[in-house]
Write a protein that binds this ligand. Structure first.
Ligand SMILES: Cc1ncc(COP(=O)(O)O)c(C=O)c1O
Length: 373
């Protein structure tokens, strides 16, 4: 334990408030409590833990309601956004027998893994000036070998949302499999909509949306590793299932075998504890801090890459790498995005206005030293 604790001291902790570049956060206290209680459970062998299996079903029901899933829905618990995307593309490939995926330039790098793992050809679609998928360009990429189209609801780099209704309508008309990667946005957009932000539907209420993935270990305020892939038709999970003769269930769907019930219990605990009202308050508070941060940054004389859609800001810089290095030397963790010549700030629930007041002078000094201001 001494060795573990010594090494742990090297780690950054969310609770200190200096991590401004991660899409994860410290788990809600109730998530920690639930996680510890379910450490020995194995959802890969569900008959050993029917109670935990029931928790998983109830959690899937919660997520399905949140994303307006039809009665026919199925849900697959995954470890996060990467596995959610891999699983969705696996289903699309199995259902279609085709191997090309059309996706925006802003898609997460997990799709590169998909290309390599599943021998899928990725066809990248350029973005508009607002950093959204260019739908006309997308249509031109679609061909006879298209297995799926991907849209992003909350991009990794800027938190932007693709024109999901338009993409959905086109995919419905053309009978194309349409996956929405809402790993980050899945626990943000429903509440922004409840708060009357002008954001269109992005989920399974749109008839062209086939699958949506969303992560509890991002804005779901739960513990790592936990994501969900919701599929429009439960039977689609059959195409990613195998017979599982050595365990109690007849078949097993998805990539993993043995998997812990602890993050599932944690995610369900937070969902029950916060409910819609709690999540809405949390999202509102993140957006207040985002607006506050945006103002402070602009007052410094810096500009944003795009108007923020959610609690993610891209701050334009000439040499983002150098500023990130300077900030890091001062104990602040921020991401550089060379492709967009910016740094990314993610205003997660642990970030308060007081933390931003501490951060802004450090950012100002780093920018002055590097000739950005
Ligand atoms: C939009 C999006 N999709 C997928 C992922 C991958 O998620 P994970 O790292 O949990 O596998 C991320 C991670 O930031 C993301 O932002």
């Amino acid at each position: 334990m001494k060795e573990l604790i010594t090494l742990q001291q090297r780690d950054f902790r969310f609770s200190r408030g200096h991590i401004l570049g991660s899409m994860c956060t410290q788990p809600h206290p109730i998530a920690k409590e639930a996680y510890m209680r379910f450490l020995e459970t194995n959802l890969g062998d569900p008959e050993l833990c029917p109670g935990t299996k029931e928790i998983e079903s109830r959690f899937l029901r919660f997520v399905a309601d949140l994303l307006h899933a039809p009665k026919t829905f199925g849900g697959q618990i995954v470890s996060g956004g990467t596995e959610g995307n891999i699983t969705a593309m696996w289903i699309a490939k199995q259902l279609s027998g085709k191997n090309e995926v059309i996706l925006p330039e802003s898609a997460h790098f997990s799709f590169q893994k998909i290309g390599s793992l599943m021998n899928i050809r990725l066809k990248s679609v350029p973005l508009t000036k607002e950093y959204h998928t260019d739908v006309q360009a997308m249509k031109k990429k679609i061909g006879t070998n298209t297995a799926a189209v991907v849209g992003i609801a909350g991009s990794t780099e800027l938190g932007t949302i693709d024109p999901i209704p338009e993409m959905s309508e086109y995919c419905a008309d053309e009978h194309l499999f349409f996956h929405v990667d809402a790993a980050f946005g899945g626990f943000v957009i429903p509440f922004l909509r409840e708060l009357h932000y002008d954001i269109p539907a992005f989920d399974l209420q749109l008839k062209g949306v086939s699958t949506v993935s969303l992560d509890s270990h991002k804005m779901g305020y739960a513990a790592i590793p936990l994501g969900t892939l919701l599929v429009r038709k439960k039977q689609w999970l059959d195409v990613i299932s195998v017979a599982s003769p050595y365990i109690s269930s007849e078949k097993q769907s998805g990539i993993l075998g043995t998997r812990s019930g602890a993050p599932v219990a944690a995610a369900y605990a937070v969902a029950r504890y916060l409910g819609h009202d709690g999540y809405r308050r949390m999202v509102k508070s993140c957006m207040d801090v985002t607006t506050y941060t945006q103002k402070q940054i602009m007052q410094l004389g810096l500009t944003l890459v795009a108007k923020p859609t959610m609690n993610v800001l891209g701050v334009r810089l000439k040499k983002p790498g150098r500023v990130v290095k300077k900030l890091s030397e001062q104990g602040w963790r921020v991401n550089k995005i060379e492709r967009l010549s910016c740094i990314r700030l993610v205003l997660m629930p642990q970030i308060t206005k007081q933390i931003i007041d501490e951060f802004i002078p450090v950012l100002k000094k780093a920018c002055e030293e590097e000739g950005e201001l």
